[in-house]
Ligand binder design. Structure first.
Ligand code: NAI
Length: 281
């Protein structure tokens, strides 16, 4: 059995992934904005009843409450992860993300994700067959805002948040999400082949889901007009919208010891959306 840290574990893709890992006998330390120490709060329950009813939060539900939009939340994540894991993790699966048209979206999706990966890397280095993966999006190939991507790439969080606010002010708030994910995929590509990751024997990848049926997309898909916009920008000829349980297996494989040579990739799990949007890759 391995020890995994999963962010965004309270809901959607993160929750489905944590459930899958626990069902396979692994230990999962869940993190999210708010904790669920009993492991039975199940705020976005998908119907399965979490078997653990002993009331001990460690490794069940969401053990770590940390707001990844903030420096203090990111530090809290790393401190608590060190405590709960005894200083060693075998894998990190960073799912926490936000799709709102607000500057916080770039703080969480880019700076929060990178702080998660970099902050937990020393714990991974102490683990067995360590691996890491982060959830980007097929939106990484959508139109984006160069100013946000450039500031993110330079590691300047305040400039990135300002660029996001500027996009919002000129009516292009939708570019914040795609830009945060494009910047994230670029970071993964660069970082994966450095001494910190490849040199330390740690595969690091991103995945790019298409439209997944989670609380993040519920409201959009419930509105017929917005649903049309979503399905035009993310066309999914293979099997349509995915369930979170259909995304989880790729995350668990990429972070399993079986993955010895896949690194630095943005792997689309999108029913063909990226292939349609970008026929010449
Ligand atoms: P979700 O909304 O069900 O889950 C996201 C989780 O991240 C929530 O539990 C939320 O509390 C947590 N989170 C948000 N902001 C946070 C913060 N500041 N600090 C700590 N945790 C925070 O959404 P879903 O769909 O499961 O999303 C998971 C990842 O997948 C996200 O990164 C999202 O961008 C990405 N994604 C989702 C797609 C979809 O269609 N649902 C498509 C492509 C990518």
């Amino acid at each position: 059995a391995r020890t995994y840290l999963v962010t965004g574990a309270a809901s959607g893709i993160g929750k489905a992934t944590a459930d899958r890992l626990r069902a396979a006998g692994h230990t999962v330390i869940g993190a999210d904005r708010t904790a669920d120490p009993a492991g039975d709060g199940n705020p976005n329950g998908n119907g399965d009843s979490d078997s653990d009813s002993d009331g001990h939060g460690n490794g069940d539900g969401v053990a770590i409450a940390a707001d990844l939009a903030t420096e203090s939340g990111r530090a809290e994540l790393v401190d608590r992860a060190r405590e709960l894991s005894g200083g060693r993790l075998d894998a990190v699966i960073a799912c926490a993300g936000l799709a709102h048209f607000v500057p916080d979206t770039v703080r969480v999706n880019y700076f929060g994700a990178i702080a998660t990966l970099e902050g937990l890397r020393p714990l991974l280095a102490a683990g067995t067959a360590p691996r890491a993966v982060v959830v980007a999006s097929v939106a990484a190939v959508h139109p984006s805002d160069p100013a946000i991507i450039e500031a993110a790439g330079a590691g300047d969080e305040e400039a990135a948040a300002t660029a996001a606010q500027n996009a919002l002010d000129r009516g292009e708030g939708h570019l914040i999400y795609s830009s945060s994910k494009a910047a994230l995929a670029r970071w993964v590509r660069r970082a994966a082949v450095t001494d910190d990751w490849a040199g330390a024997g740690i595969p690091l990848n991103a995945i790019g889901p298409g439209t997944v049926l989670t609380p993040m997309t519920e409201g959009l898909l419930a509105d017929p007009d917005l649903r049309k916009v979503v399905d035009t920008s993310v066309p999914m000829p293979l099997n349509g919208h995915a369930r979170a349980e259909q995304i989880a297996p790729l995350l668990t494989w990429l972070t399993s010891p079986e993955n010895t040579h896949v690194t630095g990739q943005l792997l689309f799990v999108d029913g063909g959306a990226e292939a349609l949007l970008r026929p010449a890759p």
